[in-house]
Design a protein around this ligand. Structure first.
Ligand code: SAM
Length: 246
């Protein structure tokens, strides 16, 4: 099957991405569980652990870019101490609305805020945050180098950026199984749960087009990050990248 998303221009790409997440916002977290077999929980927990959140009362400001429904933010608030505050930043108002409602239910008060905007132009002063995260979001941004530079700019010197994203499976046999699963099963789950396969065809294609871990590490260095490391998760189905603003 040819999905036809590969030829879209950069400016059209953002429109497609916005449609996808608008359609799935209310079922987004359920879809994540179904499609990753719950693995996204382990991957996110690896990222949240690597942020280096203080356990005590020390103030710590985290920016979660493409934070969607707030999943990373809620995990970070649970994992860290009382001084942790998170800004969830996303281009999509429908995803942020789901997150705001959740934050209200969890009675998180002013420890979490939701801000709408584009990762390519962050509306924050330079040096505002102790850490910046982006989970399964960088793949969706049309101009990745611009977003990486902005993430670096928003960090305090010494702060770290963490990027969690699908990667390239480098284990024989698992790569074939994974390909078959993603092309056949994921769009079908999308059809069943969200009533639409097309957003998930986009998802599968965008994962395939995303660079392998070493190439992405170089993109982070190119954006000015130092001490960049890449850690494959689940045989390379996902990878965690960490880089510092020195
Ligand atoms: N980080 C969340 C998580 O892991 O559950 C959500 C990930 S979701 C797969 C991708 C998110 O990226 C969507 O909420 C989408 O709206 C957001 N996004 C896409 N393009 C963006 C952009 N240019 N700037 C900011 N957010 C963007």
């Amino acid at each position: 099957t040819h999905f036809g998303f590969s030829d879209v221009r950069l400016d059209d790409k953002q429109g497609l991405v916005d449609d996808v997440f608008h359609k799935v916002a209310s079922r987004y977290d359920l879809m994540n569980d179904l499609m990753s077999g719950g693995l996204h929980r382990a991957w996110k927990s690896a990222m949240v652990t690597a942020i280096g959140l203080p356990k005590g009362p020390r103030a710590f400001k985290l920016l979660d870019v493409a934070g969607g429904t707030g999943d990373i933010a809620f995990r970070a608030l649970k994992h860290g101490g009382q001084g942790v505050a998170v800004t969830v930043f996303d281009i999509n108002g429908a995803m942020l609305d789901v997150g705001r409602e959740r934050a209200r239910e969890k009675k998180l008060g002013d420890r979490v805020e939701f801000v709408q905007g584009n990762a390519e132009e962050l509306p924050f002063a330079s040096g505002s945050f102790d850490a910046v995260t982006i989970a399964f979001g960088i793949r969706n941004v049309p101009r990745i180098p611009a977003a990486l530079k902005e993430m670096r700019r928003a960090l305090k010197p010494g702060g770290r950026a963490l990027v969690l994203e699908f990667s390239k499976v480098d284990v024989p046999v698992l790569d074939r199984v994974y390909d078959a699963f993603s092309f056949n099963v994921i769009p079908r789950i999308g059809q069943m749960v969200a009533g639409d396969a097309q957003p998930y065809q986009y998802l599968v294609e965008s994962i395939r087009r995303f660079p392998d871990a070493e190439t992405f590490a170089d993109m982070m260095r190119e954006a000015g990050f130092e001490q960049v490391t890449a850690t494959p998760l689940t045989g390379g189905v996902a990878a965690l990248h960490v880089g510092f603003r020195i």
